[in-house]
Design a protein around this ligand. Structure first.
Ligand SMILES: [Zn+2]
Ligand SMILES: [Zn+2]
Length: 322
């Protein structure tokens, strides 16, 4: 099978991550993978880049979202006539109805209490929602799940790759190409972000563990090239993935060593791991720290030993693990 036609369209975002890549696939259908943010600059740049390769916004038959983050999923309403595909686990952030947003606030309030976050930082719950203002509110027309074929395009299938977000998907071509969203980025490690559970009385997802599994799934495909959501196109992805997995295990080992010195809450560990940036990047650094805790808990290296008010205090297991 000949290689598919993929156009990379790079769009500015108002976020620290910088530009985002969207991709136009042209076959029986014209499909835009991710849209960029719903900002005047983002929309203008996307239209200009489409025009440069001979397309108008109305030529787009369908949109596929790799995940629900605002730098990727902004212009869903602008492309209102295009069929919208996403994973079902992205839907709640695409629609953002009142019951989900209430649950969202309640969940983070409880999560922050358990992490031992001091009260003044709880303003973060409102701040996290500000970024959602550059996203349309539109439900998906159809869900994509693991193994689904991409309609209108030969040779592409969907791989679920949860972790960076819930409902993250990548598109895999049988020639070995991957459109990976934020699953793997060359110049930065992609954060597994904490999200609310999918129902009352459900446990929250464990994004670090999901993310490691998703990376291993990607490595097992031995992709020829990964087209990412940010930064340069990635060849030799398997080597980069094993580097990332080793670094994560090393960081977890460091967290365990901190807990061997002194038991601590997630917030206390966060300030030790990220002393210079935790105040500015609290959402990301807390997620990252909780991810290491989830990983160490799953490995049986640490335990939740005590409570201080609502905050959980973690302690390293003393036994030497073989
Ligand atoms: Zn993302
Ligand atoms: Zn992104």
């Amino acid at each position: 099978m000949k290689d598919p036609v993929i156009h990379q369209l790079t769009i500015p975002t108002p976020f620290a991550v910088g530009d985002v890549h969207t991709y136009l696939l042209v076959d029986d259908a014209v499909t835009l993978i991710d849209t960029g943010p719903d900002t005047a600059e983002g929309k203008g740049t996307l239209i200009k880049k489409l025009n440069e390769i001979g397309f108008q916004p109305e030529d787009i038959d369908q949109i596929v979202l790799t995940h629900h983050h605002p730098d990727h999923a902004g212009l869903t309403e602008f492309f209102g006539d295009a069929k919208l595909f996403a994973h079902k686990d992205s839907e709640r952030f695409l629609v953002r109805n009142d019951s989900f947003m209430n649950m969202h606030d309640f969940f983070y309030n409880e999560f922050f209490k358990q992490a031992g976050l001091p009260e003044p930082y709880f303003i973060l719950i409102e701040k996290m929602k500000e970024t959602l203002s550059v996203m349309g509110k539109r439900p998906a027309d159809e869900y994509l799940a693991d193994g689904d074929l991409l309609p209108g395009h030969q040779g592409w299938r969907v791989m679920e790759s949860h972790g960076h977000s819930q409902g993250h998907i990548s598109l895999i071509h049988e020639n070995g190409m991957v459109i990976g969203g934020d699953l793997l980025i060359r110049h930065i490690s992609s954060n597994p972000l904490i999200e609310p559970p999918f129902g009352i009385n459900q446990p929250r997802p464990l994004p670090q563990l999901q993310y490691n599994e998703s990376l291993k799934k990607l490595a097992a495909l031995n992709p020829t090239v990964v087209y990412p959501g940010h930064g340069e196109v990635i060849v030799q992805a398997a080597a980069l993935i094993s580097e990332r997995l080793i670094k994560q295990a090393e960081r977890a080992g460091y967290v365990k060593s901190l807990l061997q010195q002194k038991e601590a809450t997630v917030f206390e560990l966060c300030t030790q791991l990220f002393p210079k940036i935790y105040k500015k990047q609290l959402g990301l650094t807390l997620s990252e720290t909780q991810g290491q805790i989830d990983y160490l808990m799953a490995e049986g290296e640490i335990r939740a030993a005590d409570m201080s008010g609502s905050a959980v205090i973690y302690k390293a297991e003393s036994g030497v693990k073989l």
